[in-house]
Design a protein around this ligand. Sequence first.
Ligand SMILES: CC(C)(COP(=O)(O)OP(=O)(O)OC[C@H]1O[C@@H](n2cnc3c(N)ncnc32)[C@H](O)[C@@H]1OP(=O)(O)O)[C@@H](O)C(=O)NCCC(=O)NCCS
Length: 245
Amino acid sequence: MLGLGTLRRIVREIRADVSAARDRDPAARSAGALEILSSWGGVQSLLSHRLAHALHDAGVPVVPMAIAYGSRAVTGVEIHPAASIGDDFFIDHGSGVVIGETAEIGNRVTLYQGVTLGGTGFARGKRHPTVGDNVTVGSGAKLLGPVTVGHGAKIGANTVVIEDVPPNSTVVGNPGHPVKVEGNRVEGPDTDWIHLPDPVADAIKELSERIAELERRLAEARGEEKPDAAVRELRPKKGPSSAGG
Ligand SMILES: CC(C)(COP(=O)(O)OP(=O)(O)OC[C@H]1O[C@@H](n2cnc3c(N)ncnc32)[C@H](O)[C@@H]1OP(=O)(O)O)[C@@H](O)C(=O)NCCC(=O)NCCS
């Protein structure tokens, strides 16, 4: 029997799913709740999963997989009933998404169409990704194996992730590699062997500047014209590197 508490929880979850669609899909902003529930495949697949997951946890045989199968036929989204999904989850456009049995997804995660949270090989046990909170996974991205995606990470469209992703980073390419961490670009190896730091030149430059300042003050005190205090560059700071870097 469904208790009042369970019903309240279901209504709360449905409301949250509809508002996640409105927040993250510009096309859903002006759509009514009924329209979203009847036409947004990503929302439908999540509602089916909630039911399948609860039955799976309760040890009900066959039915959870049958629900997942039916949901896949209608929405094109396949979520294994055992997969664990947090609050405010949203799948935009739905179709082609696969979420494996041991996948774990945090809160406020967004997936676009064609994303796979898949396993590698035939080993049993934890073999699917763990995705942190506030993660966005672009269309067609494949996250393979028991990798961990840190909170707030962005996975670019068509990226293939086979290693852990640092929190608050942007990962793109195949194999996926970070191009930004905490908002900063990740620099490659420094191959500029020409413009190396030169402490002697820096010291001479500083002395030249101090002498020029003294000459300027002396000229001012004497009421003379300002001397030419320009400091000659010891060598160019910029320009192409002969190392080709
Ligand atoms: C990765 C993404 C989230 C952008 O994140 P971002 O932190 O703002 O990163 P930037 O746009 O500054 O890009 C950083 C670098 O990665 C590159 N890049 C971005 N997305 C990429 C992708 N999917 N594949 C390969 N390279 C990509 C950029 O060209 C840039 O390269 P540069 O440093 O050489 O200039 C975005 O490009 C993306 O792929 N979003 C998915 C959107 C989607 O799937 N939409 C479907 C709607 S139906």
